[in-house]
Ligand binder design. Structure first.
Ligand code: ARG
Length: 713
């Protein structure tokens, strides 16, 4: 009895710690939502003003968007940036050739001079965040903006432009802004960004460290990947963004992160700030099923066949292995994620959980006599049923376009326009040809992919759902799609140089429009546009319903903080270091060590090769100042932080805001997490900063980088 009483008292006292670590919190609402109390109880030692302050330097000033879809952070007074290897991957791949294969060998610059400029790269900081909910609501009220437009990115970006132009903020010429709905359109924020485009590759480990475990280990724990790469932001001499220029100088930011070598123990506080891309935490059960069967399933099917071909071709040649590395990683990443998500939705009873929540919500809505709330889920579900087939066909069409480059990188319809100005046709055509036959394009591999993917598209669709032109071709070739594809891949103007040169002798719109690849592309894009238009119609019904549903959920929460779905804007998540039990009788430790790398070594499998130098260091236990107290080398660790794709590269910060690792993945058992956060199972997979620095110093011999960091012991 006494024991029970004690247990109860403990539960009450400990309640704050038992509160879920779920939540991708908005920096601008941390005060209002009283997060500081919760975070303190979890172990936070600094103030939340140190994390985010609208008018003084704070940690947020050290963190930014890396590239187009990742997070990175500044870790030195000289603009040194760290992110994941898989975030730097496309840039590293672009810089790699068979002679200078940085994917295979790594890259370790020994001076500023050796740092490599990267095309198309950017690092983007958040400058300012303002609440513009009233502004948007008023516009809708006054009839200046339709309700539909209040969810529409393009319409909102017009408002953003208008507000931005009026604003007299200093340094505006180096900024841009973005205005988005949050909480399903119950709130609107206008965010100012500053974007640097001279960002150079400083250091990267080889794939055998940065991508160790490859696709086999991706989305899995236990993990042994040194998933990091290092870049540097350059600016003009005044610290402003500037295009690449030899004379640009390393950027000094108002804030950079300190690095802790003290490590952590189970239960220690861990915080992550970054840019989660997209979550769907407020879906109904029916919408979850839509995700499973109309999106994930057809995506898996299409990518299955593409990946099989790419894997085979990459194994045949080093040249192709480089050229297809990024495509393969990209296609495979969400292929495996979709498989894992569908499994986890079933295993973790996500649909059942959603249905139970909906029943509870409905009962509550009745109890307060709100019929809008009471009927909202049913109304959403009605729409889901109507849009299911559109969702399915959209997935197939998008996959068709993105897996077959001869379709996606082909003559765009708008290219027809070039014939309106005949003097430009030559250069425009040449650009189109070059764009398709870029360094990484391989016509024959693409042909193989088309020969698998197009027939699969036919198999998975009914005749009346397909584009009429495709049906026409099917009939014309008597169902022999292979022959059809060969004709397209052999005879198109863009198929090869000979065809192209012949066409260019006398380029006419007529010939251009007759091109079989042009026709194929136009047909598929027409289907895509049609499906898009239909999806928009559904969205017009769905968006206001979701706004109502979330408004109700917030009202029902009765003051308890609620967070909005991820939308690739900056968020903060806090939690702690924690192991988990993936299944009955199995416990996963919360960290891994270099020993595990050696255990996984398999010289016959490209995903599990261990560099000789790493083995040497392991044998000598030459870990410098980075070893654990017991002399081992830590590699990866688990925390309960709530992250998703886009957060990749985010720093994991300890209770004092010091860097202890980099988030790089989620775990297999909780891949339903974008839809429903599972306290028991959801973990964030991070690489230990001590492993990162060890590799930089001992394997890369880049002590110069360690010396510019601020390391606290
Ligand atoms: N799953 C990781 C993420 O989405 C990406 C890991 C990339 N590695 C790979 N083997 N494809 O952030």
């Amino acid at each position: 009895m006494k024991k029970l009483f004690l247990a109860l008292a403990f539960a009450i006292l400990a309640t704050p710690q038992l509160i879920a670590d779920e939540g991708m919190w908005l920096l601008q609402l941390m005060r209002q939502q009283n997060l500081e109390d919760q975070m303190r109880k979890s172990g936070l030692e600094i103030s939340i003003d140190d994390i985010y302050s609208p008018d003084a330097p704070s940690i947020k000033d050290a963190i930014g968007i890396f590239g187009g879809g990742c997070t990175g952070e500044v870790i030195s007074p000289n603009g040194l940036v760290i992110t994941n290897h898989h975030c730097g991957f496309s840039f590293i791949q672009q810089l790699s050739t068979v002679e200078h294969n940085y994917l295979h060998n790594g890259f370790w610059s020994q001076s500023y001079k050796e740092e490599l400029p990267c095309e198309g790269i950017a690092f983007t900081f958040v400058v300012k965040i303002t609440d513009v909910t009233d502004e948007i609501n008023n516009r809708v009220k006054n009839g200046e903006m339709s309700e539909e437009d209040s969810f529409n990115r393009q319409a909102l970006s017009k408002v953003a432009k208008e507000l931005f132009e009026k604003d007299e903020v200093e340094g505006k010429e180096h900024m841009y802004s973005q205005l988005l709905p949050y909480f399903e359109g119950n709130k609107y924020y206008h965010v100012y960004y500053k974007k640097y485009t001279d960002v150079r590759l400083v250091a990267t480990p080889p794939n055998s460290i940065g991508k160790f475990g490859g696709e086999t280990d991706n989305w899995m724990w236990p993990r042994h990947t040194g998933d990091f790469s290092v870049f540097r932001i350059y600016a003009d001499k005044d610290g402003n963004p500037a295009a690449y220029n030899e004379n640009n100088v390393p950027l000094s930011t108002p804030k950079h992160l300190n690095i802790s070598l003290n490590g952590f123990e189970q239960g220690d506080f861990a915080m992550i700030m970054g840019f989660p891309g997209s979550t769907s935490r407020y879906l109904t059960g029916e919408e979850v099923k839509q995700r499973m069967f109309q999106e994930n399933e057809p995506r898996i099917a299409m990518r299955d066949v593409t990946l099989k071909i790419i894997r085979e071709e990459m194994a045949k040649s080093e040249d192709i292995a480089i050229k297809y590395a990024n495509k393969q990683a990209r296609i495979s990443n969400y292929w495996k994620n979709s498989i894992g998500m569908n499994k986890a939705i079933v295993d973790n009873k996500v649909v059942e959980t959603k249905l139970a929540e909906e029943a509870e919500f409905k009962a509550w809505a009745h109890s307060i006599g709100n019929s809008d709330y009471a009927s909202v889920v049913e109304n959403i579900n009605k729409c889901v049923e109507e849009m299911n087939r559109t969702a399915y066909l959209s997935t197939l069409t998008v996959e068709l376009i993105s897996n077959v480059e001869f379709i996606s990188r082909n003559l765009a319809d708008q290219n027809k326009k070039m014939f309106e100005t005949p003097e430009n046709v030559e250069s425009a055509m040449e650009r189109t040809y070059e764009w398709l036959h870029n360094r990484d394009y391989n016509h024959e591999i693409d042909r193989r992919i088309a020969k698998e993917v197009l027939p699969l598209y036919f198999e998975l669709t009914k005749a009346e759902e397909r584009n009429p032109y495709l049906n026409e071709m099917y009939a014309k070739y008597k169902g022999n799609l292979e022959k059809y594809i060969d004709d397209v891949y052999n005879n198109s103007i863009l198929a090869n140089e000979a065809n192209f040169k012949k066409f260019m002798k006398k380029p006419t719109l007529k010939k251009f429009e007759k091109d079989p690849a042009m026709k194929l592309r136009s047909a598929i894009f027409a289907s895509y546009m049609e499906l898009n238009a239909k999806s928009k119609e559904f969205a017009a019904v769905m968006n206001p319903l979701h706004r109502t549903y979330l408004k109700g959920i917030m009202e029902k929460a009765n003051g308890a903080p609620v967070y909005p779905d991820a939308n690739f804007t900056m968020r903060m998540t806090y939690g702690n270091v924690k192991p988990y039990n993936p299944k009955d009788g199995v416990t996963f430790n919360y960290y891994t060590t270099l020993k595990g790398v050696m255990e996984k070594e398999d010289p016959t499998n490209s995903e599990f090769i261990v560099p000789a130098r790493l083995k040497e260091l392991y044998e000598m236990k030459d870990y410098g100042m980075y070893a654990l107290p017991n002399g081992e080398m830590p590699v990866a660790f688990l925390t309960t932080n709530d992250i998703t794709g886009g957060n990749s590269g985010s720093g994991v910060l300890n209770s004092r805001g010091e860097l202890i690792g980099l988030a790089f993945d989620g775990n297999w058992e909780s891949l339903s997490g974008d839809i429903n956060f599972d306290d028991n199972l959801q973990r964030c997979i991070n690489v230990d900063i001590r492993y990162v620095l060890f590799v930089i110093e001992k394997l890369g011999n880049c002590k110069r980088l360690i010396d510019e960091m601020n390391i606290v012991k």
